[in-house]
Design a protein around this ligand. Structure first.
Ligand code: TXA
Ligand code: MG
Length: 344
């Protein structure tokens, strides 16, 4: 792997051709390029090059059975990747692509096993980001890209976050500024009945139901079994995370006092309202926007920032579970879960 990581600033509105060509050349020769999407930064490799895909797993420390998403520049690229495309997939692509909706479809034989973790399906999406689309088009092949973070850590939403995890370990980072969505795409399994949301994102069950009828979600989607990625602890800062009910300031104050007395470094992450310290405890406080879309854009950056400050305990006030709040709470619950770390 490259001892130096080239950081290349790219104009997100009008990506410079020369820079995109250089990045595509790195992918063509089997290298790794991190790039922005609208959701989070991705760590990209040529999806049809098994050796390059393997390098993604090594760089991330990602378990081999956790498949990665393949990024395309248009629905036409699907022919290479999938077998029969279910009818409703066409409607969904028309309505939601480019955008934060990943479709799990039957795979074709040309997709390397490393991409799918040996499953008979492949996850595909078309990102809504000009740099990402230009890169895929310049390569002329689909790009495999999990989120650009070390396995188990919060996803990267700026080029700086990507460098925290991968400086010196990947070939190039395309810096297109901060992302616009902030949580990873909705993963929708169309390979079985009823369709199931394996991971909630900005495209919600309510958005999908007009096209699909009933959509399974949560426990009923059986996502532990079907989406290997959701088995492992995820989105985790190094600190311990505890969630409190919306507006329950007493619970927050109680936990702050408790941990402070044990000489822990404590942070609280609140929705909107001010924190009033009781007693002598002076925790680090981060106020999050009430607007859930803005909250989503900021949450991973806040978790990373608190890690850098070497916080021991993070107390996070739950958000309402509506719209993108379902995805936010999914990530917060997993950050708080005492699940095993993924095997290396
Ligand atoms: O927004 C996103 O989706 C970002 C950006 C970079 O596109 N990518 C991303 O990739 O979040 P990753 O690898 O961190 O998460 C992919 C999720 C995992 O939970 C994985 O298990 C699931 O999608 N997945 C991938 N292929 C699958 C398949 N064939 N069947 C079921 N789940 C699959
Ligand atoms: Mg990820």
């Amino acid at each position: 792997m490259s001892p130096r990581t080239r950081v290349v600033k790219v104009n997100p509105r009008a990506p410079q051709k020369r820079l995109i060509q250089a990045a595509a050349e790195v992918l063509r020769t089997g290298g790794l390029v991190a790039f922005p999407t609208e959701t989070v930064y991705g760590l990209g490799a040529d999806a049809l090059n098994a050796g390059a895909v393997k390098r993604i797993f090594v760089a991330k420390g990602r378990p081999r059975d956790n498949p990665v998403i393949v990024h395309v520049a248009g629905a036409a690229d699907l022919e290479l990747l999938t077998g029969r495309v279910p009818e409703e997939a066409g409607c969904l692509m028309e309505r939601f692509w480019p955008g934060p909706l990943t479709l799990v479809l039957p795979r074709s034989a040309s997709v390397p096993d490393g991409v799918t973790g040996g499953l008979d399906t492949v996850a595909v999406r078309m990102p809504r980001n000009r740099i990402a689309l230009a890169l895929i088009a310049a390569l002329g092949r689909p790009v495999a890209a999990p989120s650009a973070n070390l396995s188990g850590r919060p996803s990267g939403t700026t080029a700086g976050h990507v460098l925290q995890d991968f400086a010196g370990r990947i070939d190039m980072v395309l810096d297109g500024g901060p992302v616009t969505v902030g949580v990873e795409s909705t993963v929708l399994d169309l390979s079985r009945r009823p369709p199931a949301i394996l991971r909630p994102g900005a495209v919600t069950a309510e958005d999908l139901e007009p096209y699909l009828g009933r959509v399974a979600q949560g426990r009923r989607a059986g996502r532990r079994r079907r989406s290997p990625g959701t088995r492992y602890r995820h989105y985790s800062p190094r600190a311990r995370v505890t969630l409190t009910e919306p507006g329950d300031r007493e619970a927050v104050a109680g936990l702050v006092d408790h941990h402070t007395r044990r000489r822990k470094k404590v942070a609280v992450v609140l929705v909107g309202h001010r924190f009033r310290a009781t007693g002598t405890a002076r925790p680090i406080v981060r106020h999050m926007p009430r607007d859930l879309e803005e909250y989503a854009r900021r949450i991973f950056a806040v978790l990373r920032e608190l890690d850098q400050m070497a916080v021991d305990e993070i107390i996070i006030e739950k958000t309402p579970e509506e719209g993108i709040g379902v995805a936010i709470m999914d990530r917060l619950r997993r950050a708080a879960a005492r699940q095993p770390r993924a095997p290396r």
